[in-house]
Design a protein around this ligand. Structure first.
Ligand code: SF4
Length: 443
């Protein structure tokens, strides 16, 4: 594969070495000490020396060399327009449950990108599959110790993983994981579990294989596959309460074993499994350092914990808006929000607005997958009821990516269409109290 060298500067921080050298946005840093820069990670790694030679292609086409002496840990103060410098690596799999393949082709192009790039895993915590890694990648990981990484495993059984991911290269997972562990890369693992495919005994075997790889397997998150209404033929049977409970039994049994061996629970089930199985969530402490929070694991227990803390520290919460604030959420978190409003004694000010996901279908209940059009329809319906004066709408920030919902609608569009102020807030009880203050100041 031809290697692309260099990345465009977005900014040279004021007062930094780069600023003093006169580097400006649009200049391109090509190499450091004669080493071609593949991305920002290379730049960071090679500039961590005290003497560096920087090759820069200026905006006007001139090539300049800068010889710099600095402290080893002193940064040059540069940021880049694209930390990868070139294109993101695309996945070579065709997983049975792939969510990206289940969304309409008309949706924003960025949503159709099936990235599988270890650099994105290091920088942003994206999950990768290791099926597109070559010798050069492994060598780089060893040299630069890009750790931790997040890996989607699904099954450690070679044939089963190949069948799930529909890629023969997927078979080598145990070999690849061992290789990464041996060079000191810490790994957080995801298992997307499908009923009658990689659940039951297959899940137990996967957990035990992962456990055998030692302490560099830092955590394992088990999340159920989600199918949208665009998936006409389901690759595995729909989930139900009994299945969720038996899957949680496997996870929790293993977690207790892991606790004895590792001192923490190590494997965690998705919040969705507890909701589906109607099982009480484990206590906040069970989630240790919340290593799989971004994967939807422990969000509800964390929410409850913040609620308790808030209640403890604000014994006299007064509820005083004359118009009602609508709290938008998905069906999965409906009860949690309801409970938070009651616990904080905010019933006078807030109304919960659970929104059905008509866009992706009723099987999708997470707030993060709500679209702008479903929210608009729900707010307009609520307004039509005309029972109470509505003052504003709170939207959970997890549903907004780069200022837009998944269907490209923006919070401002909702304000215009529904003629009501909208606030995008973190899904956290503290935000309710802040919303009251904001509502008061707007009166
Ligand atoms: S690796 Fe991810 S993006 Fe690629 S096919 Fe599988 S689920 Fe889809």
């Amino acid at each position: 594969m031809a290697t692309h060298c260099g990345g465009k500067i977005a900014q040279a921080a004021k007062g930094s070495i780069s600023y003093e050298l006169g580097l400006v946005p649009g200049d391109m840093v090509v190499s450091v000490n004669g080493r071609c820069l593949r991305d920002e990670m290379d730049f960071r790694f090679y500039t961590a020396e005290s003497e560096i030679v920087l090759e820069v292609l200026r905006k006007n086409g001139d090539r300049e060399i800068f010889e710099i002496e600095k402290d080893e840990d002193e940064h040059l103060g540069l940021s880049f327009s694209n930390p990868l410098f070139d294109d993101i690596r695309i996945c070579k799999n065709n997983c049975l449950f792939c969510f990206v393949r289940q969304i309409p082709k008309t949706m924003r192009r960025g949503l159709q990108v099936r990235d599988d790039d270890y650099r994105m895993s290091f920088l942003y915590g994206n999950f990768i599959t290791l099926t597109n890694m070559d010798e050069e990648d492994f060598a780089r990981l060893e040299e630069q110790r890009l750790s931790p990484l997040r890996v989607s495993v699904h099954s450690t059984d070679p044939s089963l993983r190949e069948r799930i991911m529909r890629n023969p290269r997927a078979r080598d997972i145990m070999k690849d994981l061992k290789r990464l562990c041996d060079i000191g890369i810490r790994l957080h693992i995801q298992i997307v579990v499908m009923r009658e495919v990689n659940d039951g005994k297959a899940l137990e075997k996967t957990l035990s294989d992962l456990d055998s790889l030692g302490e560099n397997i830092k955590s394992v998150g088990v999340v159920p596959a989600v199918y949208t209404k665009y998936r006409k033929v389901l690759p595995s049977p729909p989930l139900d309460e009994k299945w969720a409970l038996s899957t949680l039994d496997i996870i929790q049994d293993y977690a207790w074993k892991a606790l004895k061996k590792r001192g923490y629970h190590w494997v965690y089930g998705a919040d969705e499994l507890y909701v589906l199985g109607k099982r009480e969530f484990p206590p906040y402490e069970y989630y240790d350092e919340f290593p799989q929070y971004e994967n939807g694991i422990g969000i509800i227990p964390e929410f409850r914990h913040s609620l308790e803390q808030l209640k403890k520290h604000c014994s006299r919460i007064t509820d005083s808006t004359d118009s009602k604030i609508l709290v938008v959420t998905g069906r999965m978190a409906e009860k949690e929000i309801e409970n938070a409003i009651e616990t904080l004694n905010l019933q006078e000010s807030f109304r919960i607005l659970p929104v059905d996901n008509r866009f992706f279908g009723h099987t999708v209940s997470a707030a993060g997958l709500l679209t702008g059009q479903d929210i608009i329809a729900a707010v307009l319906d609520k307004k039509k009821e005309n029972k109470e004066k509505l003052g504003s709408v709170l939207i959970p920030s997890v549903a907004v990516f780069g200022g837009k919902f998944l269907d490209d609608i923006t919070p401002e569009d909702i304000e215009v269409k529904c003629k009501i102020p909208v606030q995008v807030v973190e899904p956290n009880p503290e935000e309710f109290l802040k919303a009251i203050k904001t509502a008061r100041t707007k009166v």
